[in-house]
Ligand binder design. Structure first.
Ligand SMILES: CC(C)(COP(=O)(O)OP(=O)(O)OC[C@H]1O[C@@H](n2cnc3c(N)ncnc32)[C@H](O)[C@@H]1OP(=O)(O)O)[C@@H](O)C(=O)NCCC(=O)NCCS
Length: 190
């Protein structure tokens, strides 16, 4: 038992690199194959993948950025268009919530590592503060997100939302408040 724990601790943890993907074959997406590449890249939306040590893409996750939690793909479409427009007009940031609307693994375990890498990216981001999913109403999606530590936000007619809590240290909270205050001051000067 003790030996097993020591072996596990000594095991080299696999390394992944989170990268933005300029192109994917959307027909490989088992969740939302109907969404075109153009949909996934317009209005500030992004496609991310994780590259493993062999240079392979182990998982893919697609994102839209919004200020609210959408209950459907249509709502997400409208919300992320709005956020993108606001960002242009106010030269501001485009949505504070990262909505992960699809994820799939190309290698076993890739899905879990994808969540971990995205979590780190959002924690380090200055403008994104929440990581929320727009998941299909499947048992797989539910088990996968709950097992990875997400909490259920709500179950909708055609989707379900889960949220990965981005825990911030006291220092990070303070830094966020100062940045926000500075941003507001800049606006009022203008
Ligand atoms: C969900 C998915 C991303 C998980 O990938 P992964 O991290 O590489 O992990 P695994 O395949 O090892 O599965 C991890 C957990 O997901 C859940 N899961 C995976 N396949 C499942 C299935 N067919 N039915 C129910 N739950 C399932 C389980 O909780 C599983 O843990 P377990 O193996 O201890 O039971 C991957 O199975 C996938 O690509 N599925 C198809 C797309 C999809 O449904 N995406 C999720 C919704 S957006």
């Amino acid at each position: 038992m003790v030996l097993k724990k020591i072996y596990k601790a000594l095991e080299k943890s696999p390394k992944f690199e989170l990268i933005e993907l300029p192109f994917i074959d959307v027909t490989e997406d088992p969740v939302r194959p109907e969404l075109s590449l153009e949909f996934r890249q317009s209005h500030g939306r992004k496609i991310y993948g994780i590259r493993d040590e062999e240079g392979d893409i182990a998982a893919v996750m697609c994102f839209a950025f919004t200020h609210d939690i959408p209950k459907s793909v249509e709502e997400m479409d409208a919300m992320s268009r709005d956020a993108a427009m606001q960002a242009i007009h106010r030269a501001g940031v485009q949505g504070t919530i990262a909505i992960a609307y699809t994820v799939w693994a190309k290698k076993k375990g890739g899905g879990k590592h994808m969540v971990n890498e995205v979590y780190k990216m959002i924690k380090e981001s200055n403008h994104l503060s929440r990581l929320v999913t727009l998941s299909p109403l499947t048992d797989m999606a539910r088990k996968f997100h709950l097992k990875n530590g997400a909490k259920e936000v709500q179950v909708n007619l055609t989707t379900q939302n889960f949220e990965y809590d981005i825990e911030l240290s006291e220092w990070e909270k303070l830094k966020g408040k100062v940045t926000e205050k500075w941003r507001n001051t800049t606006w009022s000067i203008k």
